[in-house]
Design a protein around this ligand. Structure first.
Ligand code: C2E
Ligand code: MG
Ligand code: MG
Length: 301
């Protein structure tokens, strides 16, 4: 075992693992509709270890079952805390955890103990290992899905994820990889559009992650994505902070079109006299002289 693996052994039991939660918004309404639970490990000697480092080690050593179960516990506790808010909690699960024939039952039992219906949870399958190569994985996912949980294919467009997986596995949600959003070219946005059509066709929800700018958010909205997640919309944060963040967001809506609108107006020789920061697309469309064509430019790039 490596030093990191030794240190990780028993980390859950020692209370060194915790979760940060990152908001997911409905781009049509700007409302928070989801929260992704992201694992954090604070080792007394090593400090905060990056998730990709310790998750990889956990997957290599079999510690992933222990770490994964702790995350289900933390995710369900949070879901119970925010019950009634309409916010679904997404829990990351490594495909390797699905090799355990009791996975779905244990997941459901933890949710039940916290009084959380499976319909308020999404299982996000991270693509570090191909799901269809794990014996019995499909059965575990089908059981959770039939119980009402969402099943998301994470980081679609990288790793082992392929269209074939979408056809043969019980996914209800497609989570586009951040690299798609980051690669801001017309070709990529066309691909995003194609993915949205594909997801629609299959009755799947489509989520865009890695949204770092207002422009990206506007494009994701225009493409018809169901959910958006990224630093621009909210950082991963401790549970207490998330609760405050969600409450504050209800009071102060997200700035919608300010920056692109100001630029488009300036390009048209119009000086924005008012602070546009709190304006919505609907407000702008209601302005005399701002028609659909202009509005397209306003909300475009
Ligand atoms: P992921 O599931 O795709 O999670 C999204 C990652 O992107 C998170 O990194 C998040 O902090 C980061 N992120 C969110 N918004 C932005 C953005 O706007 N820009 C950029 N550049 N990054 C953004 P994090 O927390 O470091 O997690 C990394 C990966 O570790 C996760 O990717 C997931 O694959 C894995 N992971 C995290 N928690 C768990 C867990 O509980 N179980 C398993 N199996 N894997 C986990
Ligand atoms: Mg994820
Ligand atoms: Mg992802």
């Amino acid at each position: 075992m490596t030093d990191l693996a030794t240190a990780l052994t028993g980390a859950a039991a020692r209370g060194e693992l915790f979760a940060h939660f990152q908001p997911q918004l409905d781009p049509e309404t700007d409302r928070i509709v989801g929260a992704e639970a992201l694992a954090r490990w604070d080792h007394p000697g090593l400090g905060l270890v990056p998730p990709l480092d310790f998750i990889t080690v956990a997957e290599q050593t079999g510690l992933i079952d222990e770490v994964g179960e702790a995350m289900v516990e933390l995710g369900c506790a949070f879901a119970a805390r925010i019950a009634g808010s309409g916010i679904q909690v997404a829990i990351n699960v490594s495909a390797l955890q699905l090799a355990d024939a009791t996975f779905a039952d244990r997941f459901a039992a933890i949710a039940e103990r916290h009084g959380v219906p499976l319909g308020e949870l999404t299982v996000e399958i991270t693509e570090s290992h191909p799901v269809d190569a794990v014996p019995g994985a499909v059965e575990q996912l089908v059981r959770l899905r039939d119980g009402g949980a969402g099943i998301a294919l994470d980081d679609f467009g990288t790793g082992y994820s392929s269209f074939k997986q979408l056809e043969s596995l019980p996914f209800t949600e497609l989570k586009m990889d951040q690299s798609l959003i980051r690669d801001d070219t017309d070709e990529t946005w066309n691909r995003v559009g194609t993915l949205v059509v594909l997801a629609r066709h299959r009755g799947m929800r489509i989520v865009a992650e890695g949204i770092e700018t207002l422009e990206q958010y506007e494009r994701v909205r225009a493409a018809g994505c169901d959910r958006a997640q990224g630093y621009f919309l909210g950082m991963p944060m401790p549970a207490d902070e998330f609760v405050q963040f969600a409450a504050a967001r209800v009071r102060t809506p997200l700035p919608r079109v300010a920056a692109p609108a100001r630029r488009a107006l300036a390009a048209a020789g119009i000086r924005a006299l008012e602070d546009l920061a709190t304006w919505t697309r609907r407000d702008l469309l209601a302005l005399p002289g701002i028609g659909a064509r202009t509005a397209d430019r306003l909300i475009g790039r």
